[in-house]
Ligand binder design. Structure first.
Ligand code: AMP
Ligand code: MG
Length: 581
């Protein structure tokens, strides 16, 4: 084992690592505390995402004036932009610019709030969200005690090309909050007005995109996918003009602000801009900060620390994209500025959950060439990680540059291994048998050819009994009925049943499969009807969706009545989402 491998191994949790020895690539797996997440077919995604507020929490804050955030660490660590004000400009030699949110024009309404975030992360009593104070804090009308609002300077590769300075054009970082568990969360407002990075934009976000970000980031968390979180959604009457499909049909919509949280909002583009502008000292400072804050097991005096950091991001990004695939999620805009250094899902835009299984599914109507189609996400991840290695090259030695290439060379294998594990769990397969990969690939091919629904095929396979499967009795199970129309279905089923026959009792299989195959995801048509109502100030459907998607692995009567697990209505296919938000 090389010393680099040892370091990576010591420094990362649940890590799959890749190292080169005699020009062969080896993949190792290990998990902390001997708990093998990586091979644990029995692990449910809910293990990590249990609702925080179910635990009885006392001393929740009611007085928001006592809710204090801190900006000192960021301001001490980095030079702030010398210029003041929000005039659009090219910014150099800083990570942040001071920028004040522009209050949303009232009347303001609270469209949604996440109890799991408000109480479970922010230690605030939900009752406090019903106050006018909260509306103002959560929409940029009043600053939290301790807040020095900042807009982050970053760049990025957009649709394959270097786009130069981007930065937060409509998001303000309010500061960091340390909660009762000692976790540090960075709070942001999105849609809170212009910053030096707004370019030609108005700094606002409309209701439809804000409802989608609120619902989807919360839904992803409860699906077990690493993500930013959303605390609240405030809507206003402020007119915002948008040409939704870039076809000249300009409409007046209304502004909204999401209060969102992440352990860090730094992205690949945060490093790229520094590297591209030759600001190498600042690049090193930002890297040291991120490593110290979020990769605490990497030693600050380790001469390979940037390489170890890079390996961790490669590994975790492979895991993240495999998770996206396991729930049929297409991000929609996988630019380097939308790829987090902590490998969490950020910047929800024209995302989509695939309905009929189709590797060419493109959620974003503006992505004509399908660059970010669901089946290309791993390739795009590789592209983005290559850009990250380019951004890091000024701090790498020649030898480290070569080693970074080797690390990146292991990405596909890590991704495929994780994908295989996740899909094996989706099929309820325990252990490892030779034909398992084939069983998964065969099923996906049949799903593609029969256009079977991705979510419900796996869900119904979880709910159907072995006895029913033996009798090929899938009536009343619409997705399985579609699948069973395939000529080779009986062949696949025979192999699957033989494989299942060699393991535990059926009830156990069903329990495991139901815990990894959701019954509900945020289908576009489901989001759409909630948005239409929200635009008329009726937030009941947003709140219903939010409740259902906070427990997507159990059956909800109201969701069933509304048809969320039924065959999507024919008009659902005609819905489009674009980058305009
Ligand atoms: P996104 O597609 O939301 O990730 O945004 C890409 C870039 O455009 C980021 O720098 C955003 O901050 C910026 N941006 C998007 N919409 C607006 C807007 N309405 N006003 C200002 N900046 C925006
Ligand atoms: Mg973005």
């Amino acid at each position: 084992m090389t010393s680099l491998t040892r370091k990576i191994k010591m420094s990362t949790l649940h890590l799959v690592l890749v190292f080169a020895l005699f020009s062969r690539v080896y993949v190792l797996e290990f998990c902390q505390n001997g708990v093998s997440e990586c091979t644990a077919d029995e692990r449910t995604p809910l293990d990590g995402v249990r609702s925080r507020w179910n635990a009885s929490v006392s001393n929740l804050r009611r007085d928001l004036d006592q809710f204090i955030v801190s900006c000192e660490k960021l301001l001490e660590a980095f030079p702030a932009d010398g210029a003041d004000g929000d005039s659009v400009r090219t910014v150099k030699n800083c990570i942040f610019s001071k920028s004040t949110p522009t209050p949303l024009r009232g009347p303001l309404r609270l469209a949604a709030a996440s109890q799991d975030v408000i109480e479970g992360i922010l230690d605030v009593d939900m009752a406090a969200t019903r106050s006018d104070e909260f509306l103002r804090y959560a929409s940029g009308g009043r600053l939290l005690p301790g807040s020095v609002p900042l807009a982050h300077r970053y760049g990025g590769h957009q649709f394959g090309h270097w786009a130069g300075q981007l930065g937060d054009g409509r998001a303000h970082s309010l500061g960091r909050y340390t909660n009762r568990n000692g976790e540090v969360w960075e709070l942001q407002l999105k849609g809170s007005g212009k910053t030096p990075y707004s370019r030609s934009g108005d700094g606002r976000a409309v209701i439809r995109s804000s409802v989608r970000e609120f619902l989807c980031s919360e839904a992803m968390h409860f699906l077990g996918v690493p993500t930013s979180r959303a605390a609240s959604l405030v809507v206003s009457d402020e007119p915002v003009t948008r040409d939704q499909f870039y076809d000249g049909n300009v409409k007046t919509e209304r502004g909204a602000v999401v209060l969102r949280l992440a352990k860090s909002w730094f992205r690949i583009g945060s490093l790229e801009i520094l590297s591209q502008s030759g600001e190498v000292d600042l690049l090193r400072r930002l890297l040291n900060f991120v490593i110290e804050e979020h990769f605490s097991s990497i030693g600050s005096d380790d001469p390979d620390k940037y390489l170890v950091f890079y390996s961790a991001v490669v590994n975790e990004t492979a895991h993240l994209i495999a998770r996206w695939m396991s729930v049929g999620f297409a991000h929609g805009v996988c630019n380097t500025d939308n790829f987090s250094l902590l490998s969490i899902t950020i910047d929800y835009g024209p995302f989509g959950f695939m309905e009929s299984y189709d590797p060419d599914f493109v959620p974003n109507a503006s992505d004509g060439e399908g660059r970010y189609r669901i089946g290309a996400q791993a390739d795009v991840g590789l592209f983005n990680l290559e850009k990250l290695s380019v951004a890091l090259s000024p701090v790498f030695s020649e030898k480290q540059r070569k080693e970074a290439k080797t690390v990146l060379g292991g990405f596909a294998e890590i991704y495929q291994m994780r994908f295989h594990q996740l899909f094996k769990a989706k099929l309820g397969l325990l252990g490892e048998e030779e034909g398992d990969g084939h069983l998964v690939a065969f099923l996906l091919k049949m799903m593609e050819e029969t256009q079977s629904d991705f979510t419900m095929t796996f869900r119904q396979l979880s709910e159907v009994s072995l006895e029913q499967l033996h009798r090929k009795n899938v009536t009343q199970m619409w997705a399985l009925e579609d699948l069973s129309s395939h000529l080779l279905f009986a062949d696949w089923l025979r192999t699957y049943l033989l494989r299942l026959g060699r393991q535990q009792k059926d009830l156990d299989r069903q329990r495991r499969m139901k815990a990894v195959n959701p019954r509900y995801v945020l289908r576009n048509w489901v989001a759409d009807s909630a948005i239409s109502k929200a635009e008329k100030n009726d937030f009941s459907e947003v709140s219903l969706r939010h409740r259902i998607l906070s427990a997507p692995f159990v059956t909800h009567e109201t969701a069933e009545e509304a048809g969320y697990a039924a065959r999507p209505p024919p008009w659902a296919k005609r819905l489009k989402v674009s980058c305009s938000s």
